[in-house]
Design a protein around this ligand. Structure first.
Ligand SMILES: CSCCC(=O)C(=O)COP(=O)(O)O
Ligand SMILES: [Mg+2]
Length: 229
């Protein structure tokens, strides 16, 4: 039986175009100014030190780090430091009402049904935990964060690494056979499956004919009974 469901965000609960056409440009326009203005704050210094370590350039100055961050955004690189900064910048956009976190219409009813059936809900995204809480806290459907038991980001590891799913299972404290991972990306599901998890692939747009995972178009096509042994 499934005791916990861990969901991806981009392409799974939320439209990729919301992330790429709303969130990413909002952060991009403000990133240089944000780093310049906040560079002396302790938490930002820690993030910039993480970035220097990531690029193995211990002496990199603010101009160089900003250049690197722009390169990372161009590549959609899932850098933990970039993701931390994006999350901090997005806060203003949510709080000022510039945008709300997109949720597909089928997501919230399914979350509520699964909670009623006794499954705990978690999020795993490359976006920082802070960014995840903002998206669900200021979602199209209001603040839905009370549904979640926890959040995971790249501090547990990259989404295509098998070890990340072992780390998440250890933190949730349940055997992997009781865990279900939902994502649109085949390689993420492959990693979860190799760690012993159940998997379902969300196909919100183009078909993925190379996938071995059970595929659905909407959350209401997923029934937890289908995973009973
Ligand atoms: C928390 S919403 C923003 C998600 C994000 O920044 C991102 O890069 C999505 O990456 P993922 O690996 O979760 O598809
Ligand atoms: Mg995704």
């Amino acid at each position: 039986m499934i005791r916990a469901i861990v969901t991806d965000i981009e392409g799974t609960t939320s439209d990729i175009s919301f992330v790429h056409n709303v969130l990413f440009p909002y952060a991009r326009e403000r990133l240089a100014g944000f780093v310049r203005e906040h560079q002396h704050e302790e938490s930002i210094q820690t993030t910039l030190a993480d970035l220097r370590r990531e690029i193995d350039e211990p002496e990199a100055d603010i101009e160089r780090l900003t250049e690197v961050l722009f390169n990372f955004m161009d590549q959609d690189r899932k850098s933990t430091a970039l993701k931390a900064l994006q999350g901090l910048i997005w806060r203003d956009g949510y709080v000022n009402g510039d945008f709300t976190g997109h949720l597909y219409a089928d997501v919230l009813p399914a979350f509520k049904a699964w909670r009623q059936q006794g499954a705990a809900l978690y999020v795993y995204s490359s976006g920082s935990v802070n960014a995840q809480k903002l998206l669900f806290g200021y979602s199209d459907e209001g603040d839905v964060t009370s549904l979640f038991s926890g959040y995971f980001d790249t501090h547990v590891g990259a989404k295509r690494d098998v070890q990340s799913y072992r780390n998440i299972a250890a933190q949730i404290g349940k055997p992997t056979g009781e865990l279900l991972f939902l994502s649109d990306i085949r390689q993420e599901l492959d990693a979860a499956q190799q760690a012993g998890w159940h998997t379902v692939q969300l196909i919100r747009g183009d078909a993925d004919t190379e996938s071995v995972h059970h595929q659905v178009n909407r959350f209401d096509e997923i029934t937890l009974e289908q995973f009973s042994s």
